[in-house]
Ligand binder design. Structure first.
Ligand code: PLP
Length: 407
């Protein structure tokens, strides 16, 4: 089904949040997406009908719960072109990246370096920074250009024979920039660098295929792609996951335990210690079904139209500063109205039921580079947004600017 403004309105009706918050203009989808009834109901139904712990029980109810949990793993694997055993369930993107930083650190030789980019979210900086501090590795930042894209020349200098790991975002949560991930991975491989992709912002907007990209690891969160909170994904190439040491220890991840030693279960269980978010996994399956039903390409086409419209309309505002590349971007648009603090802008928009994010966006190093130390305002879109949502935003921003100019 081709999406347009009318179908977007119809799709919005699947999301109960809009019935309970009449007039809400939700433009904070990069922080978390709203959840359709199908996802909410799947979690509820699982809890009402199928709830049992997985991995241990021999009775039918436990077998049913286990089946649903493993179906979720298959659904995720299928969604990103991976094998089921390459999918590890975590709490969120942040936990996936922490898991990796911890376990990879044991494989990195002394004197090696780790690289990230200037456009990373804190979740893809701090785990590497702390690992670098603990092990005395150098942490390097690949620069961004004045056009808000990744500086590929700098990347080719920073990734060299000393680099052990390059952790970078697929799509920036501030700039919307979509990085040329396959090209980056190809170059990194030529230097024997392990690649870790933060796909937290890509997963809701793009078709992500790990085999086509060729990356070693990729992380994302369910709650940013219509799914429940508290469940995330770490994809890892099978050969690598098999070699790595576990991150958490306890029940569910062992093969044998004696008083003074233990051996580990096969992947993916080796990385899933303790009881997992089973209902969350079931909800995530339904989120994937929901996206597939609408069509990832149709979603991308419609979001591209919405993005063009928001950029066109924002440019009507005099002196607005927009932090967004010309091409290859997700519908995530950060901006500042000169002389007005982004928090004031967001608070005044809230009075009109318009939800945007304001502040450093968990990307303080990027704010320094952008010379936006007070932060930015960010409007981030989803397929259920409409032209009217964007008109409401831009008309309100114009009013805010007029009010401030009078003071
Ligand atoms: N990476 C990026 C690019 C993000 O935008 C976010 C959240 O906004 C995260 C990582 C962290 O995601 P989570 O809070 O779900 O772990």
């Amino acid at each position: 089904m081709k999406l347009n403004n009318n179908t977007a309105k119809a799709l919005k009706a699947d999301f109960p949040i809009f019935r309970h918050n009449l007039g809400l203009v939700y433009l904070d989808n990069a922080a978390t997406s709203q959840k359709p009834s199908s996802v909410i109901n799947a979690v509820k139904e699982f809890s009402e009908r199928d709830n049992a712990n997985v991995g241990r029980g021999v009775y039918s109810l436990a077998a049913r719960a286990m089946k649903k949990y493993e179906q979720a793993r298959k659904a995720v694997a299928n969604f990103i072109g991976a094998l089921p055993e390459e999918i590890i369930f975590t709490k969120n993107t942040t936990e996936s990246l922490n898991l990796l930083a911890y376990t990879l650190s044991q494989t990195i030789e002394k004197g090696k370096e780790i690289a990230v980019t200037e456009m990373e979210h804190h979740s893809n900086i701090v785990p590497w920074q702390q690992l670098a501090k603990r092990n005395r590795f150098k942490l390097k930042f690949v620069k961004i250009t004045k056009d808000f894209t990744l500086d590929m020349n700098d990347l080719k200098v920073k990734l060299n024979d000393k680099t052990a790991v390059f952790a970078f975002t697929y799509a920036s949560n501030v700039l919307g920039t979509i990085n040329p991930v396959a090209e980056i991975v190809k170059f990194a491989k030529s230097k024997n660098v392990i690649t870790v992709i933060d796909a937290a912002q890509a997963i809701q907007h793009l078709s992500v295929n790990v085999k086509e990209i060729g990356c070693d690891f990729l992380a994302f969160s369910s709650h940013k792609m219509l799914g429940p909170n508290g469940i995330g994904v770490l994809y890892g190439r099978k050969e690598l996951l098999e070699k790595l040491e576990p991150f958490g220890f306890g029940g569910g991840m062992i093969e044998t335990v004696s008083p003074d030693s233990a051996t580990w279960a096969k992947i993916p269980e080796k990385f899933e210690a303790g009881t997992q978010n089973i209902a969350g996994a079931v909800g995530l399956t339904e989120a994937i079904n929901h996206i597939k039903k609408i069509g990832p390409n149709e979603i991308a086409d419609w979001e591209e139209k919405l993005k063009d419209y928001v950029l066109k309309r924002l440019n009507e505002i005099s002196n607005i500063k927009i932090y967004h590349p010309e091409q290859n971007s997700a519908p995530i648009i950060s901006f500042n109205l000169p002389g007005i603090h982004p928090h004031d802008v967001a608070s005044m928009l809230d009075q009109k039921k318009i939800a945007v994010r304001a502040g450093h966006m968990c990307a303080m190093p990027l704010m320094e580079v952008l010379n936006a130390k007070g932060g930015v305002c960010r409007a981030s879109l989803s397929f259920y947004n409409t032209f009217e949502d964007i008109d409401a935003l831009v008309d309100s921003l114009k009013e805010i600017q007029q009010k401030f100019n009078k003071i």
